[in-house]
Write a protein that binds this ligand. Structure first.
Ligand code: OSB
Ligand code: MG
Length: 387
């Protein structure tokens, strides 16, 4: 039995090495919600919520996740014996709509905790089969094509297996053309983060000329129907990110033909149980998947790397190492990549595979809250009104 007895929520702030721009905004400093979890058996681990400061990627934010975790999610799991981490998903879904990033932070942490308790690597617990995973890089929007070419050339030289270019109206076809000309043979893709509408179909179809591996989430963050129409009008595979928030949405995508590839971010779909189900579905339908990123610290990356070691993750993930975003990461060892663009899956140590630099975390903490099983009955009673 896996019983969560204590959770510590923290918000830390970390400065990115360089501002990261997507179509809906720019991040300079990352506010990150971390969880530290303890079990009745005395195991302890860390997990991370992928929500950003502003609701410009999904409706959730650091502050809504903090609220959801403390008010509704932690109270229903603290002190409750679980047959295993896979039992948490249904409990977190019951009568709480949405808040998937908050749910995922807790649910994934339970997988980390179970791996600690079992004394096995997280990658093994989830069914991973690879010892190395291929890393791609995501390059933010720049004001001039020449700057993007410079970034992309450096990424190719560093060995990245796939280069993703963020695009937006005014920073699209000419930018992609310049990079393709400079790097004729590099696997390239673009990610629009919802910056277009179906009225832009002709412009988007111009991207077919650049032999891209895929075009990620060009249309609305909740859309499936218009993506299906766009996919019919383009040769390049569409990949959905924001629109896939659950197994049901993945089934809808496949049924409607809204895309041919899925970016699985476990933190976006409610956690590992949901991510594993989507992975299975995609294997059954020959839909390639890859693991996306959310500018995580080394804690969040540990979960992504464990997931990416599963057999259906056949495309390089946004798994760039610690030094890509951080002067100093909060894990040791920091995540690194070899010259062929591979990240080693830490199969030589139990749990999430890296140690958390707790002194550093403490120094970066701006708020902290401890919730224990003893305190839970109050909140459980409040929640009980719902059932
Ligand atoms: O859509 O994948 C995205 C960063 C911020 C917001 C959205 C996205 C991204 C990334 C980052 O592409 C990838 C990474 O974490 O390395
Ligand atoms: Mg994306």
């Amino acid at each position: 039995m896996l019983t969560l007895t204590r959770a510590t929520l923290r918000e830390i702030r970390m400065q990115l090495k360089a501002p990261f721009r997507i179509s809906s905004g720019e991040v300079r400093e990352r506010r990150v919600l971390l969880l530290e979890l303890e079990s009745a058996a005395g195991a302890r681990t860390w997990s991370e919520c992928v929500a950003f400061q502003y609701p410009n990627y999904s409706p959730e934010t650091v502050d809504t996740a903090w609220l959801a975790l403390t008010e509704w999610l932690l109270p229903r799991l603290l002190g409750v014996p679980l047959t295993g981490p896979q039992a948490a998903h249904a409990l977190l879904e019951a009568d709480v709509r949405g808040h998937r990033m908050a749910k995922a932070a807790l649910e994934m942490g339970l997988w980390g905790l179970a791996a600690e308790e079992a004394g096995i690597p997280l990658a093994r617990l989830v069914g991973g089969t690879r010892s190395r995973v291929a890393a791609g890089i995501s390059l933010g929007i720049r004001s001039e094509p020449a700057q993007l070419v410079e970034d992309a050339a450096a990424a190719a030289a560093a060995g990245y297996c796939k280069i993703k270019l963020k695009i937006a109206p005014g920073a699209d076809v000419a930018f992609v053309a310049a990079v393709r000309q400079a790097l004729p043979a590099t696997p390239l893709m673009v990610d629009a983060n919802n910056a277009y509408t179906i009225a832009d179909a002709e412009l988007l179809a111009q991207l077919d000329a650049f032999h891209l591996v895929m075009v990620e989430q060009p249309l609305d963050h909740e859309d499936l129907v218009r993506h299906a129409e766009l996919q019919r009008r383009m040769r390049t595979p569409l990949c959905l990110d924001e629109s896939i928030t659950s197994l049901a949405r993945a089934e809808d995508m496949i049924r409607l033909g809204s895309g041919r590839i899925i970016n699985i971010k476990p933190g976006r779909v409610g956690g590992f149980t949901s991510a594993l189900a989507i992975h299975e579905l995609c294997i059954a339908h020959y839909v390639p998947v890859w693991c996306g990123g959310m500018l995580e610290t080394g804690i969040g990356r540990a979960y992504n790397i464990a997931l990416a070691s599963l057999p259906g993750f056949t495309l390089p993930g946004d798994l760039s190492p610690s030094a890509r975003y951080w002067q100093r990461d909060i894990v040791s060892p920091e995540w690194t990549m070899d010259a062929s663009g591979d990240v080693a899956v830490p199969l030589d140590r139990p749990g999430i595979g890296v140690a958390v630099d707790e002194e550093q975390v403490e120094a970066l903490t701006v708020r902290r809250l401890v919730v224990t099983a003893d305190a839970a009955p109050v909140a459980v009673a409040a929640g009980a009104k719902l059932s």
